[in-house]
Design a binder for this molecule. Structure first.
Ligand SMILES: Nc1ncnc2c1ncn2[C@@H]1O[C@H](COP(=O)(O)OP(=O)(O)OP(=O)(O)O)[C@@H](O)[C@H]1O
Ligand SMILES: O=C(O)C1=C[C@@H](O)[C@@H](O)[C@H](O)C1
Ligand SMILES: [Mg+2]
Length: 177
């Protein structure tokens, strides 16, 4: 007898789910990977902004981080069930126990980046609400908290330093083939 959950999860699933800290290149590598695979890139940050009709920085200010994380859990759940291309998750999405469970059985690509390189890449971008005040110390805190989670959830770990997004995408294509 076919179980409805099994049918649903088997029918539509992303080719790859990208995780990693801010600046690891989820959006950039995601675009290069989607192009190579000839599929669409979906980004849960963009889904949340579209649903709320506001940028994430405003959601953080108006509603707080907790409400943002609720919206993020829902966005991840929906995207994992609907999307069959490349899916980039927000940097903190993996903190949610529900999301950690939902990722089991997926091809999860962890994009690795060190603190100094991540700081260089995100620069002083104010679009990242968690990094507004002191990007370096905030990123250090985020990395300390999240590295073990990214490492545990990633079924493929990919170095991103000193390599172009295209080179990284090429490696991922080979490894998930
Ligand atoms: N391999 C790379 N080498 C050099 N720069 C890179 C690389 N990958 C991404 N970048 C640059 O780093 C910055 C951050 O990349 P991107 O926005 O893709 O990260 P992200 O993981 O999606 O971040 P966020 O979690 O904030 O959404 C961008 O300016 C991008 O051009
Ligand atoms: O690292 C994080 O917690 C975040 C990363 C971004 O992708 C956004 O989801 C938001 O700015 C929070
Ligand atoms: Mg991004």
């Amino acid at each position: 007898m076919s179980h409805p959950e099994a049918t649903r999860s088997g029918a539509t699933r992303p080719k790859a789910v990208l995780i990693g800290p801010p600046g690891s290149g989820k959006s950039t590598v995601g675009a290069a990977l989607a192009e190579r695979l000839g599929v669409a890139l979906r980004d849960t940050d963009a889904d949340i902004e579209a649903a709320a009709g506001r940028p994430i920085s405003e959601i953080f200010i108006d509603d707080g981080e907790e409400r943002f994380r609720e919206m993020e859990r829902a966005a991840v759940r929906t995207a994992l069930a609907e999307h069959d291309g490349v899916l980039a998750l927000g940097g903190g999405a993996v903190l949610a126990a529900e999301t950690q469970e939902l990722l089991a059985g997926h091809t999860v690509v962890y994009l690795k980046v060190g603190l100094s390189e991540a700081v260089k890449r995100v620069g002083l971008a104010t679009a990242r609400p968690l990094l507004v005040l002191n990007p370096r110390s905030q990123l250090r805190r985020l990395l300390n908290e999240r590295l073990p989670i990214y490492e545990r959830l990633g079924t493929l770990h990919v170095d991103t330093e000193g390599r172009t997004p295209e080179e990284i995408a090429e490696q991922i294509v080979k490894e998930i083939a």
